[in-house]
Design a protein around this ligand. Structure first.
Ligand SMILES: [Zn+2]
Length: 66
């Protein structure tokens, strides 16, 4: 499996399903996002030279109320 990189979008691999999730340009460390593939809550662990590392977000006690 190869990671595709584009000039417009940052991307990070979901640690749960390994799907590459596209991220907006202004994404910041500690930002919470949702994997579009498996719906896991992910946290941006680090951003280094446009390589984004995602980790599974710790379970929230609060209900986000979908
Ligand atoms: Zn996923």
């Amino acid at each position: 499996m190869s990671l595709r990189t584009t000039k417009e979008n940052l991307g990070g691999s979901c640690p749960v399903c390994e799907e590459v999730t596209r991220l907006s340009e202004g994404v910041e460390e500690s930002e919470i996002l949702t994997c579009h593939n498996c719906q896991s809550q992910l946290v941006v662990a680090s951003i280094d030279n446009r390589v984004v590392t995602l980790e599974e977000a710790p379970a929230m006690e609060e209900d986000w109320g979908e």
